[in-house]
Design a protein around this ligand. Structure first.
Ligand code: NAD
Length: 288
């Protein structure tokens, strides 16, 4: 690292709170080093209260950009000059690019999800997806999948604080894309099972299965899955979630955790900042 940093090094940030646990600095700095790019990526503890000054600093310090995470992904949208249409539809920004003082916001979580499937030679365009969750990850996945040509998305959610957001996602998708989206109450188990039975992919974007809920899964009956479908959990700690175990018991061929999505959302941001492809396989081998 010290060998790389000089008077020309360009800074990229990560603005969130809490953030010290993040893998992103390690991921990006190793990728810069591997490709010999003169950038440095640092994490900053930034809350909603300090976000305006932090975004101003991107311009003042002529940083190339920043990642944005909770609790700032929505709030940052008011502070930028331009918002990419997919990020606008998602209602969240996780990446800022600074082009000579003009700040543009992007959301790479959804593209990261789609790219991680592409990496496995899987194409869900024209297919039906059942998606549990309509929070940050669920929204990004639903919007990008609809934009990329997934034919039908059945969103299942609890009638909790995110229910209104799930309704909004369905409205946005149905009014702005060719995809047909429908919302179901996750407690209607018969409908939940039927929607999965009709789908090419079931994706869980709820965080159920992540520590400390690692013993839980929203689908516990292997009979709900078909061997020829895809089962995708956005969780990557633990690496094998309870949901994945159930899918494996069912003999499902394509079962994934969220690691590929995490790497590819980073790679999408890396490309926006540097114009280069992140060496994803190298980073995966190095870090995971
Ligand atoms: P969030 O809090 O914004 O949304 C959570 C969603 O899950 C909501 O729709 C909520 O209604 C639903 N939910 C919560 N508890 C539930 C339960 N017990 N039963 C049914 N539904 C429930 O969270 P988020 O930021 O969208 O993150 C969700 C998961 O996705 C987390 O595990 C996170 O680590 C993961 N994630 C992964 C990546 C990646 O790159 N792999 C990126 C972002 C998030």
């Amino acid at each position: 690292m010290t060998e790389r940093i000089d008077g020309h090094t360009i800074l990229i940030g990560l603005m969130a709170y809490p953030i010290r646990h993040s893998m992103s600095p390690t991921m990006h700095n190793n990728a810069f080093a591997k490709l010999g790019l003169n950038y440095a990526y640092l994490a900053f503890e930034i809350t909603n209260a300090t976000l305006p000054q932090a975004v101003d600093a991107i311009r003042t310090l002529d940083m190339r950009g920043s990642n944005i995470s909770m609790p700032n992904k929505q709030k940052v949208m008011d502070l930028l000059d331009k918002i990419d249409p997919a990020a606008e539809m998602t209602g969240a920004v996780n990446t800022i690019v600074n082009d000579h003082g003009v700040l543009t916001g992007y959301c790479t979580d959804g593209t990261g999800f789609m790219k991680s499937l592409e990496d496995e030679n899987l194409d869900i365009r024209g297919e039906k997806m059942t998606l549990a969750g309509a929070g940050g990850a669920g929204t990004a996945i639903a919007i990008q999948a609809a934009l990329d040509g997934v034919k039908e998305i059945s969103i299942v959610n609890k009638k909790d604080a995110e229910w209104e957001n799930a309704k909004r996602n369905v409205e946005v998708i149905n009014s702005k894309t060719k995809c047909k989206a429908t919302l179901f109450d996750i407690d209607d188990q018969a409908t939940f099972k039927k929607e999965i039975a009709d789908s090419a992919i079931y994706c869980d974007a709820t965080g159920v299965g992540m520590k400390p809920l690692e013993d839980l899964t929203l689908v516990s009956d292997p009979g709900w899955f078909r061997k020829d479908m895809i089962v995708f959990d956005t969780v990557y700690a633990p690496r094998t979630t309870k949901l994945m175990t159930v899918a494996q018991e069912a003999g499902v061929q394509h079962v994934f955790n969220g690691l590929g999505m995490m790497l590819e959302q980073g790679a999408e941001a890396f490309k926006l900042w540097t114009g280069e492809n992140m060496p994803v396989d190298y980073i995966r081998d190095l870090l995971f």
